[in-house]
Structures are given as C-alpha cells and as structure tokens.
Write a protein that binds this ligand. Structure first.
Ligand code: SF4
Length: 352
C-alpha cells in the first residue's frame, strides 16, 4: 500500500474486502471484545481502523477506551524526559537533529553531572512524574559508562519514589543485566518504523541491532519500552506491522510519536498528519497491545492540536516538559489537560 500518512481513504479508494466488513458500531465492539479477552484482531481489521472513512472516530475511541479503562482505569502516567547527553552522535538517523547527517544546531553537552540529574529528578517528582526517563545521545554505552549509569540509577531509585527508564542506545545482555541489578525498571529503544523502511531512515545501524537490544533488555527482566514515529512516509500497513512486532516483543510501554521536523534534520518536512489519523493510530496500538502503557508521545501538541484531550481515551500516558530537541506542554499545562478531560494523574506511590 502506498504511503498515505494516515489520511483516511475515501469511499472510492476503499477496497472491496473492507466494504464487506461489519457495520461500524458492531465492528468497533468486536475490536473491544477481542482486546478485552486478550485475543488478537486480524491484519485486515487493524488496517480498517486506520483507513476506513466510513468508520466514525467516536465509536472507535469508545471501544479503545473500554480496553484502556479495564487495564488502567482513568489514570494517566506522566513521564518527564531528561536529555542528559545531547549532540555529537555518530549515528545518522535522518529524523534526528542530533544526527551526524543533520545540519541543525542543537545544544551539545556530554553527560550531565550526577548532582544535576538528581536535582532534575527532584523537580520531575515534585511536578507529578510517574516515571523519570534518562536519554543519552550516541550509538551505545561502553563498560565504564554502564557502571556509571548503574550507580546513578541506584541513587535515583533510593532518593525518589519514581520509576526510572533509561534510553542509552544499543546494549547487550551483560550490560542490561548490570542495569537491572542496579534497580533500573525499564529500557527504552524505539523501533521507529517498520523493518522494510528502516534502511531508508538510518544507515549506521540496522533494525536487527535494534531488535537485539530489546531482546537483551527483555532477557534479563527489564521492561521493554519501544515505540515509533508516525508520519515519516510510511503506509498504514507498516504502522500495523510495528504494532504487531511490539506485541510479539511484549513491549510494556509504547511511545507513539507523531513526526515533527526538527530544524536541520535530513528527513525534512513531511506530509502533515491529521488529528483524526493520529487518534486512529493510538486506538490501533491499544487494540493490538491491550495491556501496554500506550503513550501519546512526541509531537502530540503539534499534530493532535484541538483534539489533544481525546488521546487519553486510547492512551494512558503522556510526556510533559517537552522532548529531546522539540518543545512541548509544561507539566502544569499537561496536568490541567488531564484534569479537564476527567482523568487523574497516577503516581508511583498509589500504584500497586
Ligand atoms: S536518534 Fe539517537 S542514535 Fe539516532 S542520531 Fe539521534 S541521538 Fe543518535
């Protein structure tokens, strides 16, 4: 299927098999029932969620909400990122302003001091963060860096009742075990796009490298956090493929990012996503990964626009205070959004 950037297909563009599918309300309820039972939906059903113009958004959101409420109630987990090392990356991910292929000017600094990171963690905790995410630019850490990160994780975990997630690039099982032993809860490494498209967005490492890192994390008992960036020219079938792969990997956390061009990044401007297309994608990830933490992640503000609060029906997690190299809503504004929509902020100390 050609890239359509999650635009919705019109009646004349739809294929015959879609036209023979059940009427919209029954179809949406089928998806909810299957997800609540833990049985999977078919690839055709998944594609219909993304592409059928005759499938109204509200029943779809309601069906996804039934699944979200079953697993997470009305709670929203707010994550705050700390970009603890920025720039100077040897990798060439074409969407990234820190990449070696980027002409953008980004702040460049090596790993922040432990005291700065601990101080930032206190602010994140006081702002209501459920999870504190440490992100480092670079291909992956060496042994000395792993030892340093392990001791930092132990200090963070003993100082604050917050979960800690680390995103430090490619790691192997020995390194993952060292981090797990130090108390790390979760390791992030995004798939970003489908396997077949990966070679067009990055040449310095492979999809197989990414999968191996996720397997290494999983093999030692770290929770896997992995997601994608929607809007980099992929087709709906590729979005479905990523959602199915993350299901196979038992990803407990899935950040669904919506592409925003970071100035200088090689990939450049892409076709704009529609708010409706973004919401359909969040519903799809909920149906295919019912008990995973689904996050309306980077680019939610720019791409969901006035529909932002509706993301909380399929998703149960948001970032606050911006992303790696693009801004986002403050923690205060994010908390207000959650409360205004009738949801509640979930804290680790209230979590069983
Ligand atoms: S996404 Fe990560 S690995 Fe890729 S260029 Fe950016 S900082 Fe480097």
């Amino acid at each position: 299927m050609d890239a359509i950037n999650l635009a919705i297909l019109s009646q004349s563009e739809r294929s015959n098999p879609v036209e023979r599918m059940p009427e919209p309300n029954a179809f949406c309820q089928t998806l909810a029932t299957a997800a609540l039972r833990g049985s999977s939906i078919t690839r055709e059903e998944a594609l219909r969620v993304l592409t059928d113009a005759d499938l109204p958004l509200l029943p779809l959101l309601d069906a996804a909400f039934q699944v979200r409420r079953h697993h997470f109630g009305l709670g929203v987990r707010v994550h705050i990122l700390n970009n603890v090392q920025n720039g100077l990356c040897p990798e060439d991910c074409s969407y990234c302003a820190q990449s070696t292929s980027s002409a953008g000017e980004v702040p460049v600094y090596r790993l922040k001091s432990d005291e700065t990171i601990l101080d930032d963690a206190r602010k994140a905790h006081d702002s209501g963060a459920f999870r504190y995410c440490l992100v480092l630019s670079g291909r992956g850490p060496g042994e000395e860096r792993i030892d340093h990160l392990a001791s930092l994780v132990t200090r963070l975990k003993s100082a604050f009742p917050m979960e800690v997630c680390l995103s430090a690039g490619l790691i192997d099982a020995t390194q993952a075990a060292r981090l797990k032993q130090a108390g790390l809860d979760r390791y992030n490494h995004n798939l970003n796009t489908s396997e077949s498209r990966y070679g067009t967005i990055c040449h310095t490492h492979s999809y197989a490298d990414r999968l191996a890192t996720l397997e290494a994390a999983r093999s030692v008992g770290l929770e896997v956090c992995s997601g994608l960036i929607i809007g980099m020219g992929e087709g709906p079938d590729e979005v479905v493929e990523v959602a199915l792969t993350l299901n196979r990997l038992n990803a407990r956390s899935i950040p669904v990012n919506f592409y925003v061009h970071a100035p200088g990044a090689q990939l450049g401007e892409q076709n704009r996503l529609t708010p409706e297309g973004c919401l359909r994608a969040l519903c799809l990830f909920r149906f295919l990964n019912p008990s995973a933490e689904i996050r309306a992640a980077g680019g939610r503000e720019a791409n969901l626009r006035a529909m932002e609060a509706l993301a909380l029906y399929p998703a149960n997690s948001l970032f606050a205070e911006g992303y790696l190299n693009t801004g986002g809503h403050s923690a205060d504004k994010t908390m207000r959004l959650i409360a205004d929509a009738g949801f509640t902020v979930e804290r680790v100390d209230e979590h069983d």
